[in-house]
Design a protein around this ligand. Sequence first.
Ligand code: DGJ
Length: 536
Amino acid sequence: MTELVKKGSKMILTVGGEPYVALAGEVHNSDSSSPEYMEKIWKIADDLGMNTLILPVTWEMVEPEEGTFDFSVPKTLIEQARAWNKKIIFLWFGSWKNAEMMYAPAWVKTDLERFSRAQIVKGMNKAGRTISPSIPYKMPYTTISYLCAEAMRADAKAFARLMQFIKEVDEKENTVIAVQVENETGLLGAAREQSDLADELFASDVPEEFVSYMRAHTETMVPDVKKAVEEGAAAGNWEAVFGPCAEEIFSAYHISRFVEFVASSGKAVYPLPMLVNCWLDKGGEPGSYPSGGPVSRMHEVWSYGAPSIDAFCPDIYVPNFLGICDEYTRRGMPLVIPEAATHAYAAPRMVYTVGHHHAVCYSPFGFDDIGKPFTAMQGYLFGMDVSDPALKTPQSYEEYGKTGHYLQQLMPLIKPALGTNRLDAAVGEEGQMKVMMMDHLIVAATFKTPMQPRTDGYLLCVQTGENECYLLGNASGFSLQSMDPAKPNLDLLLVEEGKFDENGKWIAGRRLNGDETASPSFDQPGIRRVQYFCYL
Ligand code: DGJ
């Protein structure tokens, strides 16, 4: 089946026992509601070399009336994916979408008694809207309460039916390889809910088992959470135990338990890998980003609260893309990026995440925007930093497509190297030069040199034999050195341009030597087959 397994130093995805790397794209929120609209989107995905699409399935569409289910749209999407020879990661827009309840069905939204809304200030009405105009916080949609057991049960029922449907139509073919449960959970506007029930729970004792878990897992915590846990009481109410982090931890505890209930109900029916994505905290207070969502600072809480979730995944629209990748992998989780910017170095970042982090999934969001100019509206929607220098380097559609297709060609070589040091990659964002220490081999990638002035370069190396490697590069120079002290010198024997045909056979182009290997480089996306010789 489809599962996440440990291979060497990494967690990788296997489908039917074979490693699988999702070179994915997430569609705009509304596209997958219409299979007809999707026809042109599948075509774009194919052009861009994508093998997987992340597609929303919405609660409001599959359960328009309570207990009445309609899976005709996801069924057609699965058929389309098969026709295009692609995989799907379904994205369950249930109780949460961007920390709100946009996709809950009308029968949930309109029953304010049964499905209580998050109250973040005393004086909010039942719909979660502020009564007093002096309180500035107001959202166009409101948020379900994470303490609402009725919503949790109703959501879980619908999600389990979705998983049942996927199992029935797809258990043999594995077109659907994973499911993202909810979207960007959390609470906006405050660090925790402030209803009477929330106040009462917050003033009660923290469950003992959870306190012990947190105290046993301080090593991986971010500094302020670690300090709060270490300095907090060993028992008592949330404030006593978690001090300044109590409100966010309270939210994360309850949201992760809610999501666990939904995810485990689905997994019990059909155990696909399950993911949650997060709206990143950008240094602000909890509530300025969705408080209680699976941001890195709450990973220990989420690991306790939602053990059925296999990966906590960052939606990355910030300039510090590389730092976020490090942060989300440092606890040993696989790297799954369900959303990344379409403008900022989209292709180099795909190569980097696959080559360096051996990512399970990399997926630009609203990928049909690749190649289009960056707009102020996107800046607003994605919360992007408009001074990000990457935005000045728009991603070309053609280069993304070439990069995706070349990566797919290299997959038969990449797959056996996952989890080993025979696969690595570097990007221009890392600086002028990056040295990759591989298996007896040093590969130096150079960017932004007089010969390669661009900053959007990448270089991926996969070693295929004792004296052979393949490089995928763009806008970068490269050089190889031996790492073997017994044979410290290295000569190049063969540098060949080329590509793999559909049967995986190498089709050589020019054999490069002389001036072309004096200072070898890539000025457009391409593959090189390299053979070398190490000696004393
Ligand atoms: C992040 C969300 O997860 C996406 O569904 C989408 O709303 C983007 N933000 C912004 O368009």
